[in-house]
Design a protein around this ligand. Structure first.
Ligand SMILES: [Zn+2]
Length: 109
């Protein structure tokens, strides 16, 4: 889930693991897990988690168990791929994001 953390007077969006509650700081070590194989038009919530058994965490596996406990069949996607797809799905593809970020940094100088 996304939380806003106040850090040095700035409101910072932070991604929190839906299993352990700790901050996800490295997109290459994270995934989204969801109830897979749904009929067309279905909507399911995705869990943002630390991936695999990286850094001793088992959040990914635990998320799959949570979905299985509700009778679902877990699927997952790398967080980097999910963020790329999400940015496109909100009309803000990664290529535009890079331009926006560069302009924002120039404005802050
Ligand atoms: Zn975690």
């Amino acid at each position: 889930m996304i939380e806003i953390h106040a850090i040095d007077g700035i409101n910072c969006p932070i991604l929190i693991c839906d299993v352990c509650g700790e901050r996800i700081q490295d997109a290459s070590k994270a995934a989204i897990v969801f109830d897979n194989f749904q009929p067309n038009g279905s909507r399911v919530k995705a869990l943002s988690v630390h991936k695999g058994n990286i850094d001793g965490k088992t959040c990914h596996h635990e998320a799959e168990l949570i979905i299985a406990s509700g009778g679902g069949r877990a699927g997952w996607e790398e967080l980097k791929a999910a963020l790329t797809d999400l940015s496109s799905n909100v009309g803000f593809p990664a290529s535009e994001m890079a331009k926006y970020d560069a302009n924002r940094k120039r404005s802050a100088e």
